[in-house]
Design a protein around this ligand. Structure first.
Ligand SMILES: Cc1cc2nc3c(=O)[nH]c(=O)nc-3n(C[C@H](O)[C@H](O)[C@H](O)COP(=O)(O)OP(=O)(O)OC[C@H]3O[C@@H](n4cnc5c(N)ncnc54)[C@H](O)[C@@H]3O)c2cc1C
Length: 457
């Protein structure tokens, strides 16, 4: 039987960070990737990573701290996040940022994004990041990546330690031994209709965008061996996608975080637009016929950011996905809402800004505590039909701060580790932008360090 120190399942950001970390520590590693290429949901992502206290923030004059990042994370997570995971992220976030830079990952810009009190969205090109890590792996003779190799079952030895994996490769089952352990980095289940029906029937009708291989295989493998689950009640979609969006052409725009508003088919606002786009997705799905529009004016359009995954509104215009007209009456006609209601909605919103108080939903900022709303008054006016996409599940198997998978009694399952989107507990009731790629990198490396040291926590 083939034998390695560590076997890693999945070649997204968590698995690739784990593979490089383990390889550099001298471990003999096999990474199994189900697809014929690396990247999973990572390469489909917008590429924002949540870090605080970086040189990029310094250069932009932004004062930030790990404490403030963690406070935001807990607030956005509704206070039900596992604080041991959040604090571990805090202890390692800056080192991880530096490690990524040292390993060739390019951070190209900084933006204010959902859930953060200051601009903290450090943008990577996810393809560049995965390729960069892949180049490192190729320089490490002790790390092997096997493509089109789908892990199926985990096996235990007589002492109850997970020490082998059965995987499908070339049409046959193979078994490989993992002496120091198995790291599950196989992502979430955004592409498993069966698991979504089971755990998130409220999201029927949401678009499905995610890595093709992300079908919850790792969750099922871990459940067979008694892994506990966390955060399942908080499965939410993400708001801001055009109904025609797909994995390849995402067509997402978050004009509400630059000052736009969101109205329903009645022409009325229904939510404080500065909250997490996950919670906006929940609110949007409760609207009549689930049809909603982002509405903004030229002041917001002028904040379009070229080539940004979330804020390039000019790209949406070039794709002919925007209604662009000179009056609110014409805009109401385009999106089929009563003109007098839309005009009243916008006039109330503008009046609220002038009075310093949003009378309907208490909006005070653009994103979480950051930026000042501006009145919607400067023609032309824009509308973008928007819906919800299920793109990352974030609820998953329970781990402790050392990356060990735990059972319902918080006891580690010997030999089993996990990192990335497959794990639950970290985000709690709400996700802040950049924290998922961030946790993939932070905990991918931690799981390896624990497995190699065989630390007991
Ligand atoms: C459109 C979109 C935008 C996003 N934007 C952001 C963002 O800006 N910031 C942020 O923080 N997060 C974002 N996310 C979420 C984030 O991308 C993911 O949560 C993160 O990339 C997960 O990384 P991962 O390594 O855990 O999983 P993945 O990158 O999904 O990798 C998992 C890998 O495991 C493989 N695999 C699955 N099953 C098996 C098996 N049985 N055997 C072997 N391999 C298997 C898969 O094929 C895949 O390659 C976004 C997600 C999407 C879809």
């Amino acid at each position: 039987m083939e034998s390695y120190d560590l076997v890693i399942l999945g070649g997204g950001l968590a698995g690739m960070c784990a593979a490089v970390e383990a390889g550099e520590q001298g471990a003999h590693v096999l990474l199994l990737e189900k697809q014929d290429e690396l990247g999973g949901s990572t390469v489909l992502s917008s590429g924002y990573m949540a870090f605080a206290g970086t040189d990029m923030q310094d250069a932009a004059g932004i004062i930030d701290s790990t404490e403030s990042l963690l406070d935001d994370m807990i607030e956005v997570g509704g206070g039900v996040n596992d604080t041991s995971l959040v604090n571990t992220y805090g202890r390692h976030q800056f080192d991880t940022y530096s490690w990524l830079v040292e390993h060739g990952i390019e951070f190209r810009a900084l933006e204010a994004v959902s859930g953060h009190s200051v601009p903290r969205g450090h943008i990577i090109d996810p393809h560049q990041a995965i390729q960069s890590l892949y180049r490192k792996v190729k320089d490490l003779p002790n790390v092997t990546i096997r493509f089109c190799a789908s892990a199926k079952r985990l096996l235990k030895n007589t002492e109850g330690r997970i020490d082998r994996i059965v995987y499908d490769f070339d049409g046959a089952d193979h078994t490989v031994a993992a002496i120091k352990g198995v790291i599950l980095a196989s992502g979430g289940f955004a592409k498993s209709e069966e698991l979504l029906q089971q755990f998130a029937p409220q999201l029927n009708g949401a678009l499905r965008i995610g890595g093709a291989g992300n079908q919850g295989d790792g969750l099922q493998m871990a459940w067979e061996h008694g892994a506990w689950v966390q955060d399942l009640p908080y499965l939410n979609g993400t708001y801001g996608f055009h109904p025609t969006a797909s994995g390849a052409v995402k067509s997402q725009g978050l004009a509400f975080y630059k000052g736009g508003i969101i109205v329903n088919q009645l022409g009325k606002r229904f939510v404080n637009e500065s909250i997490s786009y996950k919670l906006l997705g929940k609110a949007a799905f409760e609207q009549p016929e689930q049809i909603t529009y982002q509405v903004w004016d030229q002041t917001v359009m002028d904040k379009s950011v070229f080539d940004d995954p979330l804020y390039d509104f000019e790209l949406l215009r070039r794709r002919r996905l925007l209604y662009v007209v000179d009056t609110l009456e014409e805009l109401a006609d385009c999106i089929d809402v009563p003109p007098e209601v839309l005009e009243d909605t916008i006039s109330r919103y503008n009046q609220g800004i002038q009075n310093g108080e949003d009378p309907d939903f208490g909006r005070k900022s653009l994103t979480h505590n950051y930026g000042k709303p501006t009145p919607i008054e400067k023609a032309p006016f824009y509308a973008f039909e928007s819906t919800v996409a299920m793109l990352a599940t974030y609820a998953g198997i329970a781990v402790n701060a050392a990356g060990q998978v735990v059972n319902p009694y918080a006891e580690p399952i010997p030999g089993l580790y996990a990192a990335g989107e497959i794990t639950g507990g970290f985000h709690g009731a709400g996700y802040m932008t950049g924290s998922s790629l961030g946790k993939a990198a932070v905990f991918g490396r931690i799981a390896v360090q624990t497995a190699i040291a065989e630390i007991k926590v």
